[in-house]
Write a protein that binds this ligand. Structure first.
Ligand code: LFR
Length: 488
């Protein structure tokens, strides 16, 4: 029985998951978990990348202790961030987090020279000031001049493990520097931010074997033999591979630190409407596109929980929220002020004060405000998605940690008038492993893979409740429209 390890690292934690197929089902087991987060270092919010690599090896030691001597392994992480590597093959400094404030206003500056439409037509990628394009635009020029290679975070980790460097496309597309038409980096955009194509290791598709973990690591750690496979290295790409959608009118919601809501397309949708709604066409595994919107997601809930001294579990907080009436206030969850505020609870409360609405005070009120507004945001986006695509999405597959929140699943189903299928919570790790299984010919293709996933994990279904919440969604839509106008 082949053992597959998914190394799945998010903004707040990372883990090693073991996957094995047994009796026609995929079994998944968490082997090791570790924390992640950025800290202020040399005036920037940075990731401690050496710590992450060390934790991966500690996890692999656990795998060996389980009596497993040979594994395949894939790495996925969040997107857009990169490591600058010098001529000596070593990182020049710790990577800066996409939440760092350096890119504020970078979109405006860069697009005063290059029209937004031009960039969107080329790349089909949403405008987010954290995109690699704007990070490189604000990058220290002296450092860039010393840079031999620019590696995306999971590619860098793969490089440190094996000595082999590639640029995997699902993650590379989030740079906003890949050209949809030619399928390569866009030379004009690279020139705009003073980097060259040669500074990126060659592009590869998901499912390419990278190589074995280098010998010198075996001298430092007691680990199994590891063959690294370059999976869909962007965590959202892996999550979508791991989503058991079926039929052709389903949407996905990958619900974690970010909520990524959208649908899988075979042809990118980079027309004007998509541009105006800031939808993105991130490249997926197997020639697909993730047509989606980034929504602030559970980041807000995670931050509030943390500010409550981590006293309550998410389950307890959801129970408290259930005791409170929903829709007591409308909040534009995607307002930039929630990206990285000094204090999330104050930020939410100030927003409500400024907009003359009821201020949530208790943990239950805060969590109900967050969950009901996330559900409203999802429902609103689903209606936009219908408009752009020209057909009604009938099923929403919610995956990731947020798929366990009953309250949100039911609210979203009712508000959006769609069936919700919740689960698996571990779609990202499952998608990571699925690409390895397909690359190893253990699973025939993505369709067979998704059938295997549907069979292997418990999925929960929610149907819209009739005659509930009347005009709430349209009141919300009016509020958001007016609010956005006020901001401009
Ligand atoms: C989710 C995610 C999103 C990306 C954001 C920043 O973890 O990868 O897809 O937009 O993080 O990288």
């Amino acid at each position: 029985m082949q053992a597959y390890i998914a190394v799945d690292i998010g903004a707040s934690s990372g883990r090693l998951m073991l996957g094995q197929q047994e009796n026609g089902k995929l079994n998944l087991k968490e082997v090791y978990r570790f924390t992640n987060g950025f800290t202020l270092e040399d005036s920037h919010d940075r990731w401690n990348i050496d710590h992450l690599i060390n934790e991966i090896f500690k996890g692999l030691e656990k795998v060996k202790q389980m009596g497993i001597n040979d594994v395949k392994l894939g790495i996925d992480t969040w997107a857009v961030d990169y490591v600058l590597v010098g001529e000596d093959g070593k990182k020049l400094e710790d990577p800066i987090s996409y939440r760092d404030k350096r890119t504020h206003n970078a979109i405006q500056k860069l697009t005063s020279q290059l029209p937004k439409e031009y960039i969107y037509e080329k790349t089909g990628i949403q405008f987010q000031d954290f995109n690699t394009l704007y990070q490189l635009y604000t990058e220290n020029r002296d450092l860039l001049a010393k840079t031999d290679k620019i590696m995306m975070i999971p590619d860098y980790i793969g490089y440190v493990l094996t000595g082999n460097a590639v640029t995997e496309v699902t993650n590379a597309s989030t740079t906003q520097m890949l050209n949809l038409r030619v399928g390569l980096f866009d030379k004009d955009l690279l020139a705009e931010v003073n980097v060259s194509e040669e500074q990126f290791p060659h592009l590869v598709e998901s499912g390419t074997v990278l190589g074995n973990v280098s010998y010198h690591w075996h001298k430092q750690y007691d680990i199994p033999n590891v063959e690294v496979v370059t999976v869909a290295t962007h965590d959202t790409a892996s999550a979508v591979v791991g989503t058991p959608g079926s039929g052709d009118r389903w949407a996905f919601l990958s619900s974690g630190t970010w909520s990524l809501l959208g649908t899988e397309l075979n042809v990118p949708e980079n027309g004007l409407q998509a541009f105006h709604e800031n939808y993105t066409n991130e490249w997926g595994a197997y020639g697909t596109y993730r047509f989606l919107k980034n929504i602030m997601g559970l980041w807000i809930a995670q931050s509030v929980r943390h500010e409550l001294d981590d006293k309550y579990s998410f389950n307890e907080l959801a129970d408290m929220a259930e005791q409170v009436k929903p829709f007591e206030q409308f909040i534009d969850i995607n307002d930039e002020r929630f990206v990285n505020p000094n204090n999330m609870i104050n930020e939410l409360q100030n927003y409500c004060k400024e907009t003359h609405q009821k201020v949530p005070e208790t943990p239950g009120e805060l969590f109900q405000a967050i969950y009901s507004n996330l559900s409203l945001f999802y429902a609103n986006e689903l209606s936009k998605l219908d408009e752009i695509l020209g057909y009604h999405i009938d099923t929403l597959n919610i995956v990731g940690g947020g798929s366990h929140v009953d309250l949100m699943n039911q609210l979203t189903s009712t508000l959006a008038n769609v069936d919700v299928i919740a689960g698996p919570g571990e779609a990202t790790a499952i998608g990571n492993i699925m690409v390895q299984m397909i690359a190893s010919d253990e699973v025939e293709n993505i369709h067979a893979g998704r059938r295997l996933i549907a069979k292997s994990f418990d999925l929960k279904k929610y149907h819209p409740e009739t005659n509930k919440y009347g005009d709430t969604l349209s009141e919300y839509q009016n509020f958001i429209e007016n609010h956005v106008k006020e901001m401009v």
